[in-house]
Design a protein around this ligand. Structure first.
Ligand SMILES: *Cc1c(COP(=O)(O)O)cnc(C)c1O
Length: 455
């Protein structure tokens, strides 16, 4: 394997607390990993969101930030980068991805609407449900089988989508179709270009706009280059252009592939929609040329968008994720396959089959991993799935996973080896793990603040 395509100029020390301390710390949070202080975490794989390292170019770009209230040059730099890389003429900066969703959905989504797509990201789904609309999951069935190998498990099932469009378009209930690249909730799995194109054709047939949730657009493009017939000799840059040419716009959490710690935007092809969204952007985020961002953050983002599509960087990025996954498999830790782009997902139902669903096997596994190794992952299962908005019953998703998200350009493969050792220690004592139950939860997005106790 080739080494990292960068050298390290600044370091941040991390420390491993003794195991008894870790047990106390996690108990004090109510067994919620979001409640830990980062200084008590040894290797933090909670999220790849906003946790990446910026490059020397990005740090120097910060100094060029134009902090003018209106018309800042930093905005025009960002706008130009989005126009050149993604191909959309209109750009509204926002403070992060969910803010982009809030603005777009304020214009497009109304009560009773249905937004079909491949598994919607949690904040996206929450923004749709908050407006009393439905996020309809039309992902291919293969995505729900954690060990089935399929090169594009994030693909939209065209039959499911067609059937949804057939039902809801005549009722005027489909504001847009949304493709999330890569599909986070299905395991960081990519969507094929042929699938994006086919979805676009259906959208045209039914005259519904197509939006892309673009947080991991570059990793998706790299997977297309590696796995899809006909793209081997195209650069990621060319593939990105092709991916977005089928879309009417995108929402972006720039905290992911664009390599910044905070930021986001909405991009549009249509000036009317841009104008409608501008009203809400000003209401929620700020004036049109900064949204929720400072000038220096827009500078770093413009530079980050360029670096995100660099072939050498993406080669390294996907190789590191794949390294962690392969090492886990070698030690018989069940994971979702094929290995995704930004994270490895451990299958808690296979690892802890004795824990009933209501006792939250994936949450329990994530807690034990922290206790054994100081590694922080996160549950992607029942806790995250929230209750059904109408019946208020727990929703049991088909998979109970612990996600190990890898921050960009932050850890080496030695850190990945430590994570694998952590799982080995959990496996040794797995019969003693009893599960957890809720003692506190909020009505929406409960996973961030919920508290649990051991069963
Ligand atoms: C992170 C993310 C969002 C939300 O963005 P934030 O920046 O966290 O607000 C939306 N969609 C996807 C696919 C994401 O990964």
């Amino acid at each position: 394997m080739r080494p990292e395509p960068f050298k390290i100029k600044m370091v941040e020390p991390i420390r491993l607390l003794p195991k008894e301390e870790r047990e106390k710390k996690i108990a004090a949070t109510g067994y919620n990993l979001f409640g830990l202080r980062s200084e008590d975490v040894f290797i933090d794989l909670l999220s790849d969101s906003g946790t990446g390292s910026m490059s020397n170019k990005q740090w120097s770009a910060l100094m060029l930030g134009d902090e003018s209230y209106a018309g800042a040059s930093s905005f025009y730099k960002l706008e130009k980068a989005v126009q050149e890389i993604l191909g959309f003429p209109y750009v509204l900066p926002t403070h992060q991805g969910r803010a982009a969703e809030n603005v777009l959905h304020s214009v497009l989504v109304k009560e009773g609407d249905v937004v079909p797509g491949n598994t919607h990201f949690d904040t996206t789904k929450a923004h749709i449900e908050f407006r009393r609309a439905t996020a309809l999951d039309c992902t291919i069935e293969e995505a729900f089988n954690p060990t089935m190998i399929h090169p594009f498990k994030g693909n939209v099932d065209l039959e499911k989508l067609k059937s949804a469009l057939n039902t809801y378009v005549p009722q005027n209930k489909v504001p847009f179709v949304l493709i999330t690249v890569t599909c986070n909730s299905a395991g960081g799995q990519p969507v094929a270009l042929s699938n994006i194109k086919a979805v676009k054709e259906l959208c045209e047939e039914y005259q519904v706009p197509l939006f892309i949730d673009a947080a991991r657009f570059a990793e998706n493009a790299k997977f297309i280059q590696l796995r899809e017939e006909g793209y081997r000799n195209k650069s990621v840059k060319e593939i990105v252009v092709e991916m977005f040419q089928y879309a009417d716009g995108c929402t972006m959490s720039a905290k992911k592939d664009p390599l910044v710690n905070i930021g986001g935007f909405i991009a549009f092809r249509d000036s009317t929609l841009y104008q409608k969204c501008s009203v809400f952007a000003i209401l929620f985020e700020g004036f049109l040329t900064y949204g929720g961002m400072s000038g220096r953050d827009m500078e770093a983002l413009a530079a980050g968008l360029e670096e995100a599509i660099n072939d050498d960087y993406l080669e390294y990025r996907l190789a590191q994720t794949s390294y962690l996954g392969e090492q886990l498999l070698k030690h018989n830790i069940p994971i979702v396959q094929p290995i995704g782009g930004h994270a490895v997902y451990v299958d808690a139902l296979s690892l802890l089959p004795h824990i009933e669903r209501e006792h939250l096997p994936a949450q329990s596994l994530a807690v034990e991993l922290y206790i054994e190794s100081g590694v922080r992952g996160v549950e992607i299962g029942t806790v995250l799935a929230d209750r059904d908005p109408i019946t208020r019953e727990n929703r049991y998703p088909r998979l109970e996973l612990v996600r190990l998200s890898i921050p960009r350009r932050v850890y080496t493969n030695n850190h990945m080896d430590w994570v694998v050792e952590g799982f080995q220690k959990v496996v040794e004592k797995k019969d003693q793990i009893r599960g957890l139950k809720f003692v506190y939860e909020t009505p929406i997005l409960r996973h961030f603040t919920a508290k649990f106790e051991k069963v």
